[in-house]
Ligand binder design. Sequence first.
Ligand code: ADP
Ligand code: MG
Length: 278
Amino acid sequence: MNTLPLNTAPASELRIEGLRASVAGNVILNGIDLVVRSGEVHAVMGPNGSGKSTLSHVIAGRPGYEVLGGTVTLDGVDLLSLPAWERSRAGLFLAMQYPTEVPGVSLEEVLYESLTAAGRPRDEVRERMVAEAGRIGFDERFLSRPLNVDLSGGEKKRNETLQLGVLQPKIAILDELDSGLDVDALRDVSRRIEQATGETGLGVLAITHYSRLLHELRPDFVHVLVKGRLVAEGGPELAVELEQTGYAQYIADDAANTVASAGSGLGRLDDPFADHLA
Ligand code: ADP
Ligand code: MG
C-alpha cells in the first residue's frame, strides 16, 4: 500500500512509455504507458489473451519478444537494452505465471548466485531463506530441493515470494500470482508482499485476470488491459466494478473504436474471469 519506506533507500520508479511489442510476428502490446513507484501496488487486469504475460515478459527480458517501440526504464536505466539478468541486477523481479523448473539447481544456489551477481551481501542466505519460509508458511524441506521441480502450483508461488523476500528488489512484477494458490497461501504471500512495500519500499505491478488476488493484495491503482492497450484506470473500486461487470464494456468500446482484425480472439472473452490457460 501507499506507505513510505521505513528505511532510507531512495524512491524507485519503473517507467513504461509507449511500449509496443510483438511475438511470433503478431503485435500484442499496442502502446503501454505506466509508472510504478516505490511503495505502490498497481494491478493490471485484463481478459485472457489481452497481453498481460507478454507485458511482464517484455519488461523482464524474456527471449522471443520483439520490442517495436517505446521505452522501459528503472530509475533512469534503460532496461530494454539489458539482458534479463542485468535487469534483475538493476532491481527488477519477475514472478512468472508458470515458474520454470530447474532440475539440479536448488533455491539456495539460485539466491546465492543472484546476490553475488548483484554485488550484494550473500552471507546468511540460508538463515534469510529460513526466516522468509517461516513468514509465508513455506516448508523448509523445499529449500534444498531442485528449483520448482515437483512443486504444486501453490508451492511454486510461495517459492517465488520467498525469493522476493530474500532478494529485496525495487520493483516486482507478479504475473497471476494467485493461480494455483489456495485461500490461505494467497493471504500469506499477499501479506508478505504488502509488508515489503512498507519495509523496503517495494513497488508492485500485479498482473491478474482474476480479482480475488486484489482482495488480499490491495492495489492503490487498477489498470485495465484489453488487446494490448490500457483502456481504463482507477483506484481499488475499479477492481470491484470489474468483478461485477467483467470486461464486456471495455471490449465493446474497443470493438467500436478499432477495426476488428481476423482472429482477434474475442470469442475467448465471454467469461473474463474463467481460470483457464492463457
Ligand atoms: P494474457 O497473459 O493476458 O492471457 P498473453 O500475453 O499470454 O496474454 O498472450 C497475448 C497474446 O499473445 C495471445 O493471443 C497469445 O496467444 C499470444 N502469444 C503469447 N505468446 C506467444 C508465442 N510465444 N507465440 C505466439 N503467440 C503468442
Ligand atoms: Mg498470462
